[in-house]
Design a protein. Structure first.
Length: 169
């Protein structure tokens, strides 16, 4: 089983698509751990504020299977296959870590956004503070502590999502 970490973001009907994304990930992987929710201004383009968080799960799927699954969940939630990288989106799912794998295909692992964006590093440091970045060889708590927190506006928010596991539907 591989330990995986996924960044989830939305800036279109944010609460709706954050919840839908979490339920889809829970459906795909079973039990998931979820960071706090963060609000962050759009980076790289002018647009509505994003909601972001990080999810961890365990999977027996391969790296390729996980990357394809995340793309399918995005498409199932209204993301266009030809959407620009820096544009508003209903749901954005990025695989951040797959165990301690370092790869460029089928996805960049570890994802470079971990070290560049507060909306990725802060929730990852919250969820896995002692986990070691496979390239930097530092834990995420210390990477967050060293991050320039004046570089991006970000705020921690309450998360209203509730797991569907164990419920009778």
């Amino acid at each position: 089983m591989a330990d995986i970490y996924i960044s989830l973001g939305s800036n279109i009907e944010r609460e709706k698509y954050v919840n839908k994304g979490l339920w889809a990930l829970e459906n795909a992987f079973g039990e998931i751990a979820v960071s706090s929710l963060y609000a962050c201004e759009a980076i790289g383009f002018e647009g509505p504020e994003f909601y972001n968080l990080v999810v961890s799960a365990n999977t027996s799927k391969t790296l390729s299977e996980v990357a394809e699954l995340l793309r399918d969940i995005e498409y199932d939630n209204g993301r266009s296959p030809d959407a620009y990288k820096y544009s508003p989106r209903t749901l954005d799912l990025d695989l951040l870590l797959f165990d301690d794998v370092i790869a460029n295909e089928p996805a960049q692992i570890p994802r470079d956004e971990i070290l560049k964006n507060a909306f990725v590093l802060w929730p990852l440091a919250e969820l896995a503070p002692k986990l070691i970045h496979p390239v930097k060889q530092k834990n995420y708590a210390s990477l967050w502590q060293q991050f320039d927190k004046t570089s991006q506006k970000i705020a921690q928010l309450p998360l209203t999502w509730q797991s569907n596991l164990g419920r009778n539907n």
